[in-house]
Design a protein around this ligand. Structure first.
Ligand code: HEC
Length: 159
């Protein structure tokens, strides 16, 4: 009689544990409407949705200098793959993509002094390509939103 009771209690406990595990992995970003699969699964839906555009911009505009691998060319074009400089400030990266950059910068211990001219004309394009960069080339570094770059000024183009 006692034995049956113990078996019943154990069964009940196992069922309870199994059923409570199922929904346990939900996070805030699961509110997305896009099905959470693939390399961008843990990003919010609106960020996932801009990845094809980001990839298109990267492949047409950035590879010539930063290379298909994102590794750049040492001491000439800085890397975007695992760039300590880029990851320090995502908003700055968006601003540089919009307005260009003419600084002496150190990226992963190497100096870069060449100028990059403005690459894209809208903040939407700039965050799309930077979000693509932040989640490719071995990077897994979150994302930047339009709201975060609200304060970035798009400087008038020369010529
Ligand atoms: C003609 C070459 C060229 C092209 C094309 C180019 N860049 Fe750059 N990029 C540079 C150079 C040179 C620097 C360093 C600028 C400096 O020293 O101020 C740089 C710096 C950067 C940086 C900051 C440094 C770092 O490694 O984090 C980012 C971010 C960046 N580029 C993103 C882009 C993106 C995104 C594109 C495409 C939309 C792009 N670049 C296209 C040459 C280029």
């Amino acid at each position: 009689m006692k034995k049956t009771a113990i078996i019943l209690i154990s069964l009940f406990a196992i069922t309870f544990i199994l059923s409570s595990c199922g929904g346990g992995s939900q996070t805030a970003s699961d509110q997305s409407t896009v099905k959470a699969t693939g390399p961008y699964a843990d990003l919010p839906a609106d960020i996932q949705a801009m990845m094809p555009r980001g990839e298109e911009i990267y492949k047409t505009k950035c590879t010539v200098c930063h290379q298909v691998t994102g590794l750049g060319i040492e001491n000439v074009f800085p890397p975007l793959a695992k760039s300590d400089y880029l990851l320090t400030d995502k908003v700055r990266a968006v601003a540089q993509t919009l307005n260009g950059s003419k600084l002496e910068m150190t990226v992963n211990g190497k100096k870069y002094t060449q100028e990059m001219v403005p690459q894209v004309d809208t903040k939407e394009d700039a965050i799309a390509v930077i979000n693509y960069v932040l989640n490719n080339f071995g990077n897994k570094n979150g994302f930047v939103t339009l709201a975060e770059v609200q304060g970035v000024e798009i400087k008038p183009r020369k010529k």
